[in-house]
Design a protein around this ligand. Structure first.
Ligand code: ADP
Ligand code: MG
Length: 759
């Protein structure tokens, strides 16, 4: 079944060439017990290794079942070893970090046999060699004879045709040797056993054939195979393959034997993970906080649409070049910079009608501001005086019922009630119940430091319409000098303070709304009354300001705009200059923005309405800063991740060196390069995985004190929070990086020469 044809093998060490086998010509039967005798260095081991496919001949041929092996590829040799050969070594060569049962199973695992079946077969085999009680022990817990029994069990478990034993009793005492020899003889009944030995007696007593070697040559053969002998034919053997799970199992047990070191490596390489995870948690938390802030500000910060009139000075480039810091004794005339007035938005009737049709449920309040001046007077210390109308502000109105929603949602009523109609005022005090001095004064509330709510609720202002407020005086108009007569005039509107309110505490960080407010429909009413007043009618026909006398250059746009502004100021303009839309909540805001965008769809840019979303602008700036910081910090931590993957690479390399013997054993059992690489990749996988998990766990632990520090500093709970997706990605990238780091050492391991590895 096995035939060596003219085999030569030599080793090169430096310049020296050592011939180990010279023209070896041998033939073996399928069932015989061959003993090879010879002095040390005669080439016995080399011969055995070549027969076993661990080592390869230089010239000649090895015929297996009459088939030449000249064209054998590595994988053919691997599966030949796995299926046809069982090795027994002098020094046992067991994998020390797994149980003897696992050792015996290994060959079966490499064959791809299922876990259940291989466990059964391996147990049976260990029972046969008399180790039934020891199957869960590690090799080092056994005696030499027992270890050799394990090796025999391992050699037999795959039911190979050929058993190759290299001085199997060389390390054993005489009695144990005899036991082992009996065991081998027993199995030799239906197999080809080739045993190398020093011991002539053993050879003579047990073997059916004795071959003597010297200096790499066969010098005698007690029972050579004759040409006439017929050999039974045999089928081709299958390819070996170890699945990743078995590789993982092997690596897991190896790692278990070095718990401390594995933990240290995992911890070291988890530092990068921890760094990134912490940064991501913090930025995640901050972004979440920003969202909350954005949502809260939303209530206070409206979407603003402004009919802004911008005055920009455009200085034309002076065509003539003048010297700087000249030493001249004259001055040079310079042109006056031109003011360019531009309107940014064209809020018009069409837009206003469009806006009125917005879904009222998504808006908590809307406020229109007009240029219309409020002619306000009040009796203070028995003297009626004009009041600066800028102390009055407009309250956003709700599109739903009477001003509810917006007001009661955001404000606490301290005294009185909410305003309902146009002649009612609301006083908003700040968080400390403070009211600005000029408001107190305008309301005629005296000079005391504190004013009772009761007192405030009695105060009023008087609103006078244009025809009473302005008096014609030649070509101009002036404010009626007899204000006293207007105070109790029937055409004067009395504005009463009906309620004192304060912004709820939850909104205090976002806006300060203290002030005196009228309801949003008051300006409509005033415009309705004033647009037909004498002063407005007159102003329409004049090319100068009827109050100040300033002339308008109607020929150019600038003058027209200025005139329009004055008219608007006097009440002849029902288009607001600013619209503020207060969204109900976060999602409503999106809807409002979408609604506004739909208005702009298909419109020319000059007819589009531009809106400002300050809350968004603010938080997006913060968010951008946060994101930038996150990227920088993550990049820094990624460096430590990179360093740790280099470290893993080195550690893996050391592991490869340490496990050289194991690599040799696996190869002798028929492991392919791929399987060996798999064992080390599995180890890298385990290290990467455990460092990822460890990193995430440590991060989770660190987040507890970090959050408590943040809580003390900012009163914000659980700022730093690890996104589970981030955690998963980090674990995966830890696995990925260690796999990359372990790739080169794994490749190195797989390329190891089995003969070298076993020596
Ligand atoms: P034996 O097993 O009979 O003691 P070996 O087969 O191990 O002898 O060795 C035969 C010869 O080949 C010896 O001289 C040995 O030094 C040499 N030899 C074996 N393996 C190697 C090797 N890997 N490199 C160099 N020389 C080797
Ligand atoms: Mg030897």
């Amino acid at each position: 079944m096995l035939e060596l044809k003219n085999i030569t093998k030599s080793y090169k060490t430096g310049n020296f060439k050592q011939v180990a086998l010279k023209n070896v010509q041998l033939k073996f039967r399928s069932h015989e017990f061959v003993a090879i005798l010879g002095p040390s260095g005669s080439g016995k081991t080399t011969l055995l290794n070549i027969i076993g496919g661990l080592d390869h001949y230089d010239t000649g041929d090895l015929l297996i079942h009459n088939k030449s092996t000249k064209k054998f590829k590595t994988c053919d040799w691997d599966s030949y070893r796995n299926h046809c050969i069982g090795f027994i070594f002098q020094s046992y060569h067991l994998i020390h970090h797994i149980s003897i049962l696992n050792n015996v199973e290994m060959g079966l695992a490499l064959r791809g046999i299922s876990f259940k079946k291989r466990r059964h077969v391996a147990k049976e085999m260990l029972e046969k060699v008399g180790l039934k009680e020891h199957i869960h022990k590690k090799p080092k817990e056994l005696s030499g004879g027992q270890m050799q029994r394990v090796a025999i069990a391992r050699a037999l478990v795959c039911n190979p045709d050929i058993i190759l034993a290299d001085e199997p009793t060389g390390a054993l005492d005489t009695t144990t040797s005899i036991q082992i020899m009996n065991l081998i003889k027993e199995i030799a009944k239906d197999k080809l056993v080739i045993m190398v030995t020093h011991n002539k007696e053993l050879a003579q007593n047990y073997a059916t054939r004795v071959i003597r070697m010297c200096d790499g040559k066969i010098i005698s053969d007690s029972n050579p195979v004759l040409e006439l002998e017929e050999e039974p034919k045999k089928d081709k053997f299958k390819k070996t393959s170890m699945n990743f799970l078995s590789a993982l199992y092997l690596s897991f047990h190896n790692i278990r034997t070095k718990k401390g070191r594995t933990f240290a490596i995992s911890f070291a390489s988890s530092i990068g993970i921890i760094g990134i995870a912490l940064i991501l948690s913090l930025s995640n938390g901050f972004n979440r906080q920003l969202k909350v802030l954005e949502q809260n500000t939303m209530a206070a910060m409206p979407i603003v649409i402004q009919n802004q009139i911008e005055a920009r000075s455009s200085q034309e480039e002076t065509t003539q070049e003048f010297e700087e810091y000249p030493t001249i004794d004259y001055a040079i005339k310079k042109e006056k910079p031109k003011e360019v007035i531009k309107e940014q938005n064209h809020i018009n009737k069409e837009f206003l009608t469009y806006l009125e049709k917005i879904n009222p449920t998504i808006i908590s309040g809307i406020s229109y501001s007009y240029y219309t001046r409020l002619n306000v007077i009040n009796k203070i210390d028995d003297k009626v005086i004009p009041i600066d109308a800028s102390i009055l502000e407009s309250f956003p109105k709700s599109l739903k019922e009477e001003n509810e929603g917006f007001l009661s949602e955001k404000y606490d009523i301290l005294a009185g009630r909410m305003a309902k109609v146009k002649d009612e005022l609301l006083l908003v005090v700040d968080s400390k119940n403070q009211v600005q001095e000029d408001i107190i004064h305008a309301l005629g509330l005296g000079s005391e430091e504190t004013i009772s709510f009761e007192h405030i609720l009695e105060s009023t202002l008087k609103l006078v319409f244009n025809d009473q407020y302005y008096q014609k005086d030649g070509d101009f108009y002036r404010i009626n000098p007899n204000l006293d007569s207007l105070y109790d005039n029937k055409d004067t509107l009395t504005l009463k303070v009906v309620g004192i309110i304060r912004l709820k505490e939850e909104y205090k960080d976002y806006v300060d709304t203290a002030g005196l407010y009228y309801m949003n429909d008051l300006p409509f009413y005033i415009m309705l009354k004033n647009k037909d007043s004498a002063i407005v009618k007159d102003q329409q026909n004049k090319e100068y300001n009827v109050l100040t006398g300033e002339t308008y250059n109607i020929a150019n746009e600038e003058g027209q705009i200025l005139k329009k502004q004055t008219l608007a100021f006097l009440g002849d303009e029902s288009i607001p200059h600013t619209i503020q839309i207060y969204p109900k909540d976060f999602t409503s805001k999106e809807k409002i923005v979408n609604y506004l965008d739909r208005y702009n769809d298909g419109k020319k840019s000059e007819n589009q309405i531009i809106y400002k979303d300050e809350a968004k602008a603010l938080s997006s700036v913060l968010q951008n800063i946060m994101n930038a910081i996150t990227i920088v910090l993550v990049a820094f931590s990624a460096i430590s991740l990179f360093v740790s993957s280099i470290m893993i690479s080195i550690i893996m390399y050391i592991s490869v060196l340490e496990r050289t013997n194991e690599i040799g054993i696996l190869k002798s059992l028929g492991a392919r390069k791929k399987d060996i690489a798999r064992v080390f990749n599995a180890e890298a996988f385990l290290i990467g995985f455990s460092s990822g998990i460890l990193g995430i766990l440590i991060t989770k632990l660190l987040l507890i004190p970090i959050n408590s520090i943040f809580y003390h500093l900012t009163k914000l709970k659980n700022i730093a929070l690890l996104n589970p997706l981030h955690a998963l990605i980090l674990i995966l990238s830890s696995v990925g990086l260690t796999l990359i780091g372990g790739m080169i050492p794994a490749k190195l391991a797989s390329k190891k020469d089995p003969v070298e590895a076993l020596r």
